[in-house]
Write a protein that binds this ligand. Structure first.
Ligand code: G4P
Length: 297
């Protein structure tokens, strides 16, 4: 089977290294002095892979809130487990669907709860009216602009950052008690393994042209067979045989869909695109690709 090869990963990583990352690191370091807390947006379908690998050291010392966005597309049971995991790491957690606005209204309250001590301190100094300032971070395409615009109730952030493209930061007033610091396009994702790369590509965090979509879809088929075979039966109407490789599974699904080309061959490229698009649109159901480490109760 073809594999997403190292060159493709190098290509992804090259968009970030080394200049962009150094600059981003410096910018975050400087901006941290201006804020009371840091909020990192994650994709709830890949809470592990959509985290910046250096976020803990980058934001050390600041109270932190993790927002699991796109929870409308994620498995609710796994989202609850991830919530427990992040809480066990000392992080405040909020789940949102920025597209429709679900969960967004709880953000100001979550920030106030996180910064309870800071608020008390400000009040003691007679500065109880000073707005809380929160830095918003997230890897590209995680839904940061949509989230900010929802929260602000207007178009305050520009959507569609390109990886590696840094733009100026901006302050966004949510109300007179809360300011957001938007640092567009500066957080880099992980580039640590093929599995992580695929998770990022499946959720569109990495632009599709840097990976071979057919290979990505074939590997996704294998992942589905291993973890959620019922999805294949429900959506593509076949029981995935254990002896087929990923391309064989794509072929099987394509055949069921009637995607045939001359000579009776299955158009696996078309099936690959259908599978990836249907996942993107949530038509395979609410599917989370990563499981959290166990948390002892
Ligand atoms: P960014 O600033 O982090 O780069 O991301 P942006 O807000 O531009 O969002 C990227 C895409 O994700 C947008 O869709 C947006 O509507 C969608 N999105 C953001 N939050 C959520 C969410 O909670 N749930 C769902 N289902 N979608 C969300 P788009 O530009 O139309 O592209 P597409 O990815 O939908 O095709």
């Amino acid at each position: 089977m073809k594999e997403i090869n190292e060159t493709q990963y190098e290509k992804m990583a090259i968009q970030w290294f080394p200049g962009h990352m150094t600059k981003a690191r410096r910018m975050i370091g400087e901006d941290l002095k201006l804020v009371d807390a840091v909020c990192e947006l994650l994709d709830a379908r890949i809470p592990q892979s959509s985290r910046n690998p250096d976020i803990d050291s980058l934001t050390a010392g600041k109270p932190r809130l993790v927002v699991m966005n796109r929870c409308d597309l994620a498995d609710p049971e796994l989202t609850a487990r991830w919530r427990a995991f992040f809480r066990s790491q000392g992080l405040a957690v909020l789940e949102t669907d920025a597209k429709t606005g679900t969960g967004i209204k709880r953000f100001p309250q979550a920030v106030r709860a996180l910064l309870r001590d800071k608020l008390a301190e400000l009040e003691a100094r007679g500065q109880g009216n000073r707005p809380l300032r929160v830095m918003i971070l997230g890897i590209p395409n995680v839904g940061k602009s949509t989230f900010i615009n929802r929260l602000a109730g207007r178009k305050a952030a520009v959507a569609g950052d390109r990886p590696g493209v840094t733009r100026g930061k901006q302050w966004i007033t949510i109300d007179n008690s809360l300011l957001l610091l938007d640092t567009p396009g500066i957080l880099w994702p992980r580039f640590e393994s093929q599995e992580v790369g695929e998770a990022l590509a499946l959720t569109n965090a990495i632009k599709a042209e840097v990976v071979d979509r057919e290979t990505l879809a074939a590997n996704f088929m294998l992942r589905l067979r291993a973890t959620r075979p019922e999805v294949l039966a429900a959506r593509y109407k076949f029981q995935p045989a254990a002896d087929l490789d990923g391309f064989g599974l794509l072929e099987e699904a394509g055949r069921k869909r009637g995607f045939l080309i001359s000579g009776g061959e299955v158009d696996t490229e078309r099936m690959a695109n259908v599978l990836l698009n249907e996942y993107h649109e949530g038509r395979l159901g609410r599917l989370t690709l990563e499981t959290p480490p166990e948390v002892s109760p």
